[in-house]
Design a protein. Structure first.
Length: 216
């Protein structure tokens, strides 16, 4: 190995693996000027999760790592190798080996969530319309523009009822499995922010409690 060999290491903030024995290629994207070193490092075992036998214990195993620990393990085999970290400084490693997915339960959860969101959104829209007095505004607007009293159901209410779902669809950029545009939907953006906040909090808590795998 030449003294100038460099390994570029990239690890995401949250990494999911499906095996108890975790190798470096399972968690990291790597590029090295020495192909032989790169092949060896891809097969390097960096951590082993404990297998759980009982069904109640088969939960997702989570461990917080510092990238410095990974670099130290690399230097155990190649002390002269220069490692450049281009990813996260701390990351979460999740093991889902041995966990059987219950698709029926996941579908039931999704259906229940959709029902709650649907009726919650409908209730929010109705209370908003009542709070701001949309019906009275439409009545006054109709009388001023058309010049006669509203009977309660006019062109304004009809177009408002049509425009509401169209506006929601355009805003959320999603119709079934298809998107209106290629941009991420607002829900996807908020979910990514939520996941990032959860990962950051988990990493900070593990660091404060001394449960993060780091260098001495």
């Amino acid at each position: 190995m030449a003294a100038t060999d460099t390994l570029y290491l990239k690890i995401d903030q949250n990494v999911v693996v499906n095996a108890y024995q975790v190798h470096l290629q399972d968690i990291a994207s790597m590029e090295c000027t020495n192909e032989a070193v790169l092949r060896q490092l891809k097969q390097k075992k960096i951590y082993t999760f404990q297998e759980k036998d009982t069904a109640k214990q088969k939960k997702t195993r989570i461990q917080v790592f510092s990238v410095l620990n990974i670099i130290r393990q690399i230097h155990e085999d190649y002390p002269d190798l220069e490692v450049q970290n281009v990813g996260e400084s701390d990351f979460i490693l999740e093991c889902k080996a041995g966990i059987a997915e219950n698709k029926a339960l996941e579908i039931a959860k999704a259906v229940a969530l959709c029902i709650v969101i649907f009726f919650g959104a409908a209730f929010t829209i109705m209370t908003f319309n009542n709070d701001v007095g949309v019906a009275e505004v439409f009545t006054q607007l109709y009388e001023q523009v058309i010049g006669k009293e509203s009977d309660g159901v006019t062109e304004i209410e009809i177009f408002y009822a049509i425009g509401m779902p169209i506006g929601i669809t355009v805003f959320y950029n999603h119709i079934g499995k298809k998107k209106v545009t290629h941009d991420p939907t607002p829900i996807q953006v908020e979910m990514r922010k939520y996941e990032q906040d959860v990962d950051t909090t988990f990493i900070e808590n593990a660091s404060r409690e001394g449960k993060s795998i780091d260098v001495d």
